[in-house]
Write a protein that binds this ligand. Structure first.
Ligand SMILES: Cc1ncc(COP(=O)(O)O)c(C=O)c1O
Length: 370
């Protein structure tokens, strides 16, 4: 039998396993705790509007059918909402699938791909899988995006410039003027992938979507959005991208599997858009909680990044993996950041008021015995 490493593509071995962390039920059964706060994956614990659940309960008779490959009803709703052509929208099984689709469609071995560091790991991983060469641009000491360096890098031709605004994990962002400067500097040959997974949280700050400035972006681009965060539908897996042209969208569509977004996800996403008020209210609550939690943490002496997302990046000055393990035992799940240089950071999602309070209590308890 051939050894596995002779069968697998070598690029595969370069990619660390994705750190999904433990799930709610796993923690409950492993540690025998009933009250668990899951603050590790930037989900929205408020979930979707009740009307979304009602719609889902009425669809079970159609489950024998394949889903609509074009997600037509949802496509029309998004096109109307964002005032873009239906033909420029691509759907993914979560926006993470779209990152994979884009990388598989455009990255050749050796291609330069510029991204921020630390970052959402899949921005790097799918590039590496295709043999691309990742160029990381580190955030600065106050955990903000270094615009001057980013502009320098973006001016050099690359295959892709891919980053999230606001970025994950620090929550830092480029404000409208900074985004304009970046777009003006970007090399026209470089395709831009602007990941706006946290858009609905960010719009309440000094932020604008890349979609508001598209006439300034030279070359090809895709803006990514998701229903996993503010819309509370992470479990159904659906996200979408707006492409700079119909041609780009059609090309990317060839890499997509025909039925990549499921029927329930399409129905739920459309219903969620129809009941936007619920999402807006939950976003407001999250922002209030985020600011309160950040204040509490800073008053305890922790460095906490300014964030426009539904999460905080916290320097605990110790090994975050050990600290997160201690928190787990108390029933609080957070994400210890593992990337070199940032392994003393925890990324903590904003939960319900009770979950956030539990996090603070558990944190204090661990520090007291340190
Ligand atoms: C920046 C960023 N992009 C994409 C995703 C993936 O979202 P989805 O659930 O749509 O795949 C995440 C999830 O945490 C994220 O933080």
């Amino acid at each position: 039998m051939k050894p596995l490493e002779k069968i697998l593509r070598p690029e595969l071995m370069e990619i660390p396993p994705y750190n999904t962390g433990l799930g709610l039920n796993e923690v409950k059964s492993r540690y025998g705790i009933t009250a668990v706060a899951k603050l590790s994956s930037n989900e929205n614990p408020t979930g979707p509007a009740p009307q979304v659940l009602e719609c889902l309960s009425q669809t079970s008779s159609e489950l024998y059918l394949y889903p609509d490959s074009e997600a037509l009803l949802l496509r029309k709703a998004i096109a109307r909402r964002l005032n873009v052509s239906e033909k420029r929208i691509i759907f993914g099984n979560g926006s993470e699938e779209l990152i994979s689709i884009i990388c598989r469609s455009v990255v050749n071995p050796g291609d330069r791909v510029v991204t921020l560091y630390p970052s959402f790991p899949l921005h790097e991983d799918y590039t590496k899988l295709m043999g691309g060469s990742v160029e990381r641009l580190a955030i600065n000491d106050n955990l903000r995006i270094d615009l001057t360096k980013l502009i320098e890098r973006a001016a050099q031709p690359a295959k892709l410039l891919i980053f999230a605004n606001p970025m994950n994990p620090s929550g830092s962002w480029l404000n409208p003027e900074q985004l304009r400067q970046l777009f003006a500097a970007k090399h026209p040959e470089t395709m831009l992938v602007l990941d706006e997974a946290y858009h609905e949280y960010a719009v309440h700050g000094n932020y604008t979507s890349g979609l508001d400035l598209t006439e300034l972006i030279p070359g090809h681009w895709v803006v990514l959005r998701t229903f996993s965060k503010s819309w509370g539908l992470a479990g159904l897996r659906i996200g979408f991208g707006i492409c700079s042209s119909t041609e780009l969208c059609q090309a990317l569509d060839r890499t997509r599997t025909p039925f990549n977004t499921n029927q329930l996800a399409q129905i739920a996403a459309k219903a969620a858009l129809d009941h936007e008020d619920y999402m807006l209210h939950s976003v407001q609550q999250t922002i209030l909680q985020r600011e309160r939690l950040a204040k509490e943490l800073r008053s305890r002496g922790y460095q906490v990044g300014e964030s426009l997302g539904n999460f905080l990046f916290i320097n605990i000055d110790h090994s975050s993996i050990k600290f997160a393990e201690e928190l787990l035992k108390l029933g609080t799940i957070v994400k210890p950041w593992l990337q070199p240089g940032f392994d003393s950071f925890l990324r903590v999602s904003i939960g319900t008021p009770a979950e956030n309070e539990k996090f603070l209590v558990d944190l204090d308890q661990i520090e007291a015995f340190r």
